[in-house]
Ligand binder design. Structure first.
Ligand SMILES: Nc1nc2c(c(=O)[nH]1)N[C@H]1C(S)=C(S)[C@@H](COP(=O)(O)OP(=O)(O)OC[C@H]3O[C@@H](n4cnc5c(=O)[nH]c(N)nc54)[C@H](O)[C@@H]3O)O[C@H]1N2
Ligand SMILES: Nc1nc2c(c(=O)[nH]1)N[C@H]1C(S)=C(S)[C@@H](COP(=O)(O)OP(=O)(O)OC[C@H]3O[C@@H](n4cnc5c(=O)[nH]c(N)nc54)[C@H](O)[C@@H]3O)O[C@H]1N2
Ligand SMILES: [Mo]
Length: 773
């Protein structure tokens, strides 16, 4: 894994995956000595009797007979099975200040945490603490809170349903709904937007629909890097003759051609399959205007059909039977001038009409989307508009068609389902309270951005994290760090050392936990945990590997012990639940709709599918119908305001992922498909913009944010890479660019940081670097 390439830029000209992925993977395996230890593990991933891949939330085929070879999965498994260890001895020898000087990449290389540790201010190091003392320390602090809302409980989407359910029960019995989670920074716009249109915040398709669709529109996603197994599905669709369109400012190489590692013929002959045949390239944040244009032209095509006496383009039956509000929606679209649509989307009218024609030709259309749609100011509106577009032709709730938000973390969807939600419904709280005989707090809690603001005000001062890397994943880095450092106590349940452990409160503990690939025994019996993928399939996962250290506890056991220490076990016998996870599943079945007979159904190979009402054309909206919502196009955005002040020098920055990172975990320094090797501090720019700003390809620049407050936000030392990206747009990697994202730059109605549209100015770097730095 720790292979380092020489810093260089070398455009990638091959198909995605194929030999490149296999070679990389082979090197990983050797480096990590996984091959020597237990190579079989890799073949048990996403198998009926193996573990759920920690790589991403993309579903797998039921009863899959062949191992799906996925670079992402192998990297995640190899990273978890590294032979390197962060022991208490290592931590005693390395001060927090010295570790802070290391990059995220370097921190990742130190390996797995082995024992609980607590911060010692005198030596500025973490020191060994026994598990009982760790729990007692944390329990005492939680019991001493004046108000339970002074604590916040973060979750990253790798936690199992069992751990997450116990965790939310613990926090709610303590008395708070403060559940910031990674979802708040990820698909929140999906979860908040879709319920108002189609009555559910989840995707409406399954893998079977991918087998039947004839058209796929992929919005703002880079699956070759982030969901490689999805690419195999897209390849099959393309080979069947389906039309695939990528809607993305970048022409991501991995969406052009793909060599399937599953296809011996493609691998041997070095051949590949074309994935997307059409690339529509809006400006950053331009999708709302673009989809309006597409929907407007669908109306025009329908007018033409009426005039010519041909079959209608609109699905009038569906609109009449299943929806509400179509006329107002149509009137709003008809009133929108094309020049506004073109200007705001950055796409010429002819191309928008072409996309509308592809959509209108499709008999069974799937729309997928990722962070390119969700991390903007108008993300909720955009996603609602996308479901309106699909409703125009009845593309929801029938075979081969539907909405497909592509989730990130492997169990981020399940975490929400079992109650990690700062805005719980009354119905859920009623059932939770009845099942455990307590009165859950009713006031809504803090999400990620609210939590940071509450910490800055001093209202939240205890932070507990079930996984993740809050300090690196969140926006406005200096302010977030100030907030975390103002805390009385920070507690991290984690597999590996990361930045969040170093940006800590007065009392700080790290509690090391088992990863999903590892055997989890309770009372001598191996336990399985359950997860829900991006298409609402719930299945069980059993670890196969020996734990990285004999001292590790499972997440579920850690949560149970924390709850016992803080609340005692008079009402809930926490450790009894943690001794057999089936007991927790029985309680989930009692509390959460759709989990009846949980233990029996999850024992079935491949698990079970949760009911998604919209998939069956049941609409859980106030009107009982799918809603055509009307959201106006608002040209007055922070970007427009920044340009009014500083003119065309303002660039719109998207912060995105390289190929060799998993969110804040930096595996290696390459971004193969974008041709970047051995470095991460790069900024992709259009050649004409480079010239306009008086720079040259390869120059080093500093970036600063244009915002309406007096706070200086900067990220310094990025090397310009001339790139095929729309004018006025630039791209750089996260988390390095998070200092540029203002805390109050959030999406409407979802409070998600607008990580894909930050107005910035570039200047020549104060510190010029050597050409190959
Ligand atoms: N290897 C790897 N796999 C991962 C992750 C990882 O970090 N590494 N992270 C996991 C997680 S948590 C998540 S959420 C997913 C993320 O997976 P993605 O959703 O693919 O997220 P990003 O890599 O941020 O890429 C966003 C894509 O959207 C495009 N884009 C940016 N702005 C816009 C826009 O305004 N409009 C449109 N149409 N497109 C835009 C970008 O060019 C890019 O192709 O992946 C998961 N899987
Ligand atoms: N600027 C910008 N910011 C972003 C984004 C962006 O595109 N741009 N993307 C956002 C998105 S989509 C997301 S999802 C968030 C991600 O935010 P997080 O989920 O908080 O971050 P991760 O990097 O996924 O967390 C990695 C850490 O999780 C721990 N870990 C790994 N496996 C396990 C496990 O099995 N159990 C436990 N307990 N711990 C484990 C390890 O210690 C590792 O260091 O970041 C968001 N932030
Ligand atoms: Mo995510």
């Amino acid at each position: 894994m720790a292979m380092r390439s020489k810093p260089r830029i070398e455009p990638y000209t091959h198909a995605a995956a194929g030999w490149g992925a296999l070679k990389y993977v082979a090197i990983n395996l050797l480096k990590e000595r996984v091959a020597g230890r237990d190579y079989r593990m890799l073949f048990r991933q996403n198998q009926p009797d193996g573990f759920d891949c920690p790589g991403c939330a993309w579903p797998d085929r039921e009863h899959a007979s062949t191992f799906e070879f996925c670079e992402n999965g192998v990297k995640a498994v190899a990273a978890e099975s590294t032979s390197k260890r962060v022991t208490p001895e290592f931590l005693a020898q390395n001060t927090v200040a010295s570790l802070m000087a290391q990059t995220d990449y370097e921190l990742e290389q130190h390996g797995r945490l082995t024992e609980p540790v607590i911060y010692d201010a005198l030596s500025d190091t973490y020191r060994r603490i026994s598990w009982p003392d760790a729990f007692a320390t944390i329990g005492a602090r939680l019991r001493a809170l004046r108000d339970p809302n002074q604590a916040a409980f973060y979750t990253s989407g790798r936690a199992s349903n069992e751990a997450a359910f116990l965790y939310q029960l613990f926090a709610r019995m303590l008395g708070t709904n403060n559940f910031p989670d990674c979802s708040n920074m990820c698909h929140e716009a999906t979860s908040r937007g879709m319920p108002l249109t189609v009555g559910v915040g989840k995707g409406t398709v399954t893998l079977e629909d991918f087998e039947q669709c004839d058209t796929i529109l992929l919005f703002g996603q880079n699956p070759a890097t982030n969901h490689p197994r999805m690419l195999a599905e897209l390849r099959d669709c393309a080979r069947r003759g389906a039309t695939l369109v990528s809607i993305n400012p970048l022409r991501e190489r991995g969406l052009e051609r793909f060599t399937s590692p599953q296809s011996p013929l493609e691998m041997l002959t070095n051949s590949s399959t074309e994935i997307c045949s059409v690339f529509v390239r809006p400006t950053l944040g331009g999708d709302f205007a673009l989809i309006r244009g597409v929907a407007k032209h669908v109306l025009e095509l329908d007018d033409d059909a009426v005039a010519a006496g041909q079959p209608r383009v609109l699905d009038l039956d569906f609109i009449a039977t299943h929806t509400h509000g179509f006329d107002a929606f149509a009137a709003d679209l008809r009133a929108e001038p094309w020049d506004v649509i073109e200007r705001e989307s950055g796409v010429p009218r002819a191309e928008i009409e072409g996309l509308a024609a592809i959509y209108a030709r499709g008999q069974r259309v799937i729309c997928t989307w990722g962070m390119g749609l969700t991390q903007h100011k108008h993300s909720v509106q955009t996603i609602q508009l996308l479901s309106n577009l699909m409703m125009m032709r009845g593309n929801i709730g029938r075979p081969g068609a539907g909405l497909c938000p592509v989730r990130g973390h492997s169990n981020v969807q399940g975490n929400r389902t079992v109650g990690i939600e700062e805005q719980p419904t009354a119905g859920f709280l009623d059932k939770l309270g009845a099942a455990f005989r307590f009165d859950p707090p009713r006031a809504h809690g803090h999400d990620v951005v609210d939590t940071i603001e509450a910490m800055l005000r001093g209202d939240v001062n205890v932070f507990v994290a079930l996984g993740g890397n809050f300090a690196a994943a969140t926006p406005d880095t200096p302010r977030t760090w100030e907030a975390l450092r103002a805390c009385d106590m920070t507690v991290h349940i984690a597999t590996k050392l990361n930045r969040s452990h170093l940006v800590h409160g007065r009392t700080a503990l790290i509690l090391p936990t088992l990863g999903r690939t590892e055997i989890d025994r309770q009372d001598g019996v191996p336990q399985g945990v359950t997860v829900e993928d991006s298409v609402s399939q719930v299945h069980i996962s059993f670890g196969m590997n020996a734990p990285a250290s004999p001292e590790l506890m499972s997440e579920t056991a850690i949560v149970a012990n924390l709850a016992h220490a803080a609340l005692g076990s008079a009402t809930v016998d926490w450790r009894w639940y943690a001794a057999d996870y089936a007991r927790i599943r029985d309680k989930i079945a009692e509390v959460v709709d759709g989990f009846e007979d949980y233990n029996a159904r999850v024992a079935h190979p491949g698990g079970f599918h949760l009911h998604v009402p919209a998939r069956e054309r049941e609409w859980h909206t106030p009107s009982g119908k799918a809603e055509f919502l009307v959201n106006p196009l608002v040209p007055d955005t922070p970007i427009a305001r920044a340009r009014a002040r500083h003119g065309e020098r303002v660039m719109v920055l998207m912060t995105t992922r390289s190929h060799d990172q998993y969110n804040t975990t930096i595996y290696a320094l390459d971004d193969r498909y974008r041709g970047v090797f051995g470095q991460r501090r790069v900024v992709f720019m259009h050649e004409a913009d480079i010239r306009m700003l008086g720079f040259a390809d390869g120059d080093w620049v500093d970036m600063s944010t244009v915002w309406d407050d007096d706070i200086e936000r900067r990220a310094d030392g990025f090397r310009i890479v001339a790139y095929d990206i729309p004018r006025g747009c630039i791209a750089a990697y996260y988390p390095e660019t998070n200092p540029l994202v203002p805390l109050d730059s959030v999406g409407d109605l979802c409070n998600t940081p607008t990580s894909k549209s930050i107005p910035v100015l570039l200047e020549r770097a104060a510190m010029q670097q050597p050409p190959d730095a």
